[in-house]
Design a protein around this ligand. Sequence first.
Ligand code: ADP
Ligand code: ASP
Ligand code: MG
Length: 417
Amino acid sequence: MARIVMKFGGTSMAGMERIRNVAARVKHVVSQGNEVAVVVSAMAGETDRLVGFCKEASPLYDAAEYDVVVASGEQVTSGLLAMTLKAMGVEARSWLGWQLPIRTVEAHAKARVSTIETDDLLAAMASGQVAVIPGFQGMMDDGRVSTLGRGGSDTSAVAVAAAIKADRCDIYTDVDGVYTTDPRIVARARKLDLVTYEEMLELASVGAKVLQTRSVGLAMKEGVRVQVLSSFDDPTQEDLPGTLIVSEEEIEDSKMERQLITGIAHDKNEAKIIVTRVPDKPGAVASIFGPLADAAINVDMIIQNDSKDSEETDVTFTVPRADLARSVDILEALKETIGFRRIITDAEVAKISVVGVGMRSHAGVAATMFKTLADRGINIEAISTSEIKVSVLIDEDETELAVRVLHTAYGLDAPAA
Ligand code: ADP
Ligand code: ASP
Ligand code: MG
């Protein structure tokens, strides 16, 4: 017997037929003698619909009320799944975020899980009842409903798995694992049997939305065994061929032959800002980035152009697209203090990243990336790197082409069928 958390995403919960399929899978896992907690997302498209209502109600909506609205999608699916399970003869009940409770801290709309009370949950599970928990939602210290940021049900599932010391956290989604790149963009993407926590964390943070970044960080910290699986396979199939997230040692032990690059991701959620003719003197860059940090705006890629012949320099950087207007407002208000000439913005950009732990021991990964893009006439507007990642900023229109040619260049394409 094992204790298992099963998480089902939006597409898997979209409509009663799919919910019945999910229930059949849960029933199968229960019938094998396992204790099961299920974490569910809202039906696909529902959270977007609810966010739309909030924006319509007020452009400057209150984040606490936003949480009240958007958390409702998961309340619906958790109730429906519990009912469906019961109708199939499986004992089940829903446990809403505030009922357990799943306690959260920090800001509404992007809250972080602090603790989860598990006594009642474990007692119910031990009595043979399936616990159905709405993902994405929690409760602040003042008792108000909170949500964990978009894609947050993955994090709910990992947090529940850590709290109940589950043997496994199975993330069921609409693809059958983690691929070398988004299989909806590159038909010849290959499924990875194993991926390290570190690579998955990096891939998620640069746009591979198959898992929410925070869920991977939490799984790594808490040592939760995470598996990504398809919810569309036969619900009674054993050993579904998914992707297991493992430590680097486990990969080495598996003797799997590793590619230099593990995966490629793209992200269209950033925007570029160029602040021109900033005085080239100590403190100038701090006067730009300090106020943005104070406004909790995350700056990602940064380049400062060399200005050997002049006393001025151009500073280029990226911010989340959603924060572009606010960033410009903040900087324009400080024009005199910073002393720049003007601000140029471009929201039609995409960040393409290649990720792999092999980079630590091999040179030339970045050079291959630049040459491959240059050969296709794709211009690079900014670059950033980490120990296991190289990212470039390009024109949004060239996203798919860039991902495809890089996938081929790094030898990731699956053999032609
Ligand atoms: P869910 O609703 O189940 O949480 P998501 O839409 O959040 O599902 O995540 C699954 C999607 O992630 C897939 O449909 C796929 O298009 C996308 N994706 C992006 N990068 C990858 C990747 N490297 N491997 C697999 N899927 C990826
Ligand atoms: N329903 C939420 C969203 O769409 C959370 C999730 O599905 O993970 O962002
Ligand atoms: Mg998701």
